[in-house]
Design a protein around this ligand. Structure first.
Ligand code: MN
Length: 496
């Protein structure tokens, strides 16, 4: 099952030197490779393109790839030698994600049959090195995947890159709605929206909450009933939140907000959004339930005006389409120093995505204790143990920095008096080193958390975007991490 109708192009490099018969074989082999890869269940369709043999053909193919709205990236492979000066013009104009599949059509050397004809045809081992040289010389970011194209690890890496390329494409027309501004005085959630659009593609627009209130007030009784019916059939509804319960009105108002927000977004093609509990004039409550359910449907979300996290949540959700595990906005809340497996409790006021829920969430109404509005409805659940990643993008003033921390979700104990969805995790390599590195790097208290994705997705994304990425994983060592940050500081100053 494909995750979208977008495609990646497969471009095979060669040259005229080999004669017609060899070039016919090159075309046939690369067609078979594309057919085979398409049958392997990759997330996007791969489109075979005629072999490129000259700088003109390479240039024209890359221009066409750039102009085709359906093409989200280009995979290159040299079946034979392809003198790489021919690639300069084409690679210069290509602005889409690039992947270098360093493979070979045949799997093993045919020891008894191998002759010079075979050697002339199967030259990926040196043809791809010649091509790779110019990509490197041009300082062009590419994902290099080495190995036989029929091997699972190779196809897995290709699948990751395709998912990231698709998410990169999704950001081209990603519009993020901010209801209210950034929470006053908060530093890390703010940043340069112009630079974000230049570097990361997405666009951030401000909407006064009053614009949304008009939609809330226009919700019809039928729309409201339909939404409430979805709630009642999807979740375990707490007695006070049930029809006839003393707090049912909070659920009704939450449903009204959700209907309004969905309509508001559909009319404006909005893919991600932020709210701010300080900017709720005319709203009954903070739209927490709507935020949770919209995230579950693939919308990005960031609390307190955090548009960078909203965008990243959206992007990671697009990467993860159809994969098991779930992706959510998250916040580092409270530590648990038990001396054995020190961990962090993750939650937010309300807005945690039910895609990471262990069991059917319960729909409940409790006071919020912040923001001075009515008691909001929310979905409450725990997150199942297992591996995940927490990622963020921060604005350092002269550049964006991405940070990814591999984490292990562990079992939390019941918290009968804490009515929020949560996850409980140990950052790698452990809480002390993980938290120290994260804080040194300037990481946010908000993250985009995913149990569906791995660090490799974030690595591919940061390279396509051309932004810094710091890794915090099982191998993180503080002295080395500090040194990496110092080196990056110079690198990004010189490569501005
Ligand atoms: Mn927050």
């Amino acid at each position: 099952m494909k995750i979208s109708n977008k495609q990646v192009w497969f471009v095979t490099g060669s040259q005229d030197l080999y004669g017609e018969e060899t070039l016919r074989q090159v075309a046939e082999d690369s067609k078979k490779m594309v057919e085979g890869l398409n049958k392997a269940g990759l997330p996007l369709e791969m489109v075979w393109k005629p072999t490129v043999r000259s700088s003109e053909e390479i240039y024209n193919t890359m221009v066409a790839a750039g102009a085709d709205a359906n093409c989200v990236g280009v995979v290159t492979w040299m079946h034979t030698f392809s003198p790489a000066k021919m690639w300069i013009g084409g690679l210069k104009v290509l602005q889409k994600p690039l992947c270098h599949l360093h493979t070979q059509f045949n799997r093993e050397i045919p020891w008894n049959a191998i002759d010079m004809d075979f050697m002339n045809l199967n030259q990926s081992a040196h043809g791809d090195r010649e091509y790779g040289h110019i990509v490197s010389r041009m300082r062009k970011e590419t994902k290099i995947i080495a190995g036989h194209w029929q091997d699972q690890p190779v196809q897995d890496k290709l699948a990751v890159w395709m998912r990231v390329a698709n998410a990169w494409d999704d950001a081209r027309d990603m519009k993020i709605a901010r209801f209210g501004d950034n929470m006053n005085n908060v530093a890390v959630t703010d940043g340069d929206k112009v630079e974000a659009e230049l570097k990361l593609g997405y666009h951030v627009d401000y909407y006064p909450i009053g614009d949304l209130v008009a939609y809330v007030n226009a919700v019809t009784p039928d729309e409201l009933q339909a939404m409430l019916a979805v709630y009642d059939s999807s979740y375990k509804v707490a007695p006070n939140a049930k029809e006839g319960g003393k707090d049912r009105q909070s659920v009704v108002e939450a449903a009204r907000q959700e209907v309004a927000i969905r309509k508001f977004f559909a009319e404006r093609n909005i893919k991600a959004f932020t709210t701010n509990f300080d900017a709720l004039h005319g709203m009954h409550q903070l739209p927490g339930l709507a935020s949770q359910r919209l995230m579950a449907d693939g919308f990005g979300f960031g609390g307190e005006g955090d548009w960078k996290t909203a965008a990243l949540v959206r992007t990671m959700k697009v990467m993860a389409l159809g994969l098991p595990g779930g992706t959510s906005f998250m916040e580092d809340y409270t530590y648990h120093f038990d001396g054995k497996n020190n961990a962090i409790l993750q939650a937010h006021m309300l807005e945690v995505c039910p895609s990471i829920a262990k069991n059917t969430p319960s729909l409940e109404v409790f006071p919020l204790g912040i923001g001075g509005k009515a008691d909001p409805a929310r979905l409450i659940f725990d997150t199942a143990p297992g591996a995940g990643i927490a990622s963020t993008i921060i604005d350092l003033g002269n550049r964006f920095r991405m940070i990814v921390n591999e984490v292990e979700v562990i079992e939390a104990k019941p918290m009968p008096k804490l009515p929020v969805a949560n996850a409980f995790w140990v950052p790698k390599p452990n809480l002390e080193v993980g938290a120290q590195a994260w804080i040194m790097a300037g990481g946010t208290h908000h993250t985009s958390f995913s149990k569906a994705l791995t660090t490799e997705y974030i690595e591919d994304y940061a390279e396509i975007a051309g932004i810094e990425l710091l890794y915090i994983d099982k191998d993180t060592n503080i002295r080395q991490f500090k040194q990496d940050m110092r080196i990056n500081e110079v690198y990004y100053l010189l490569n501005k």
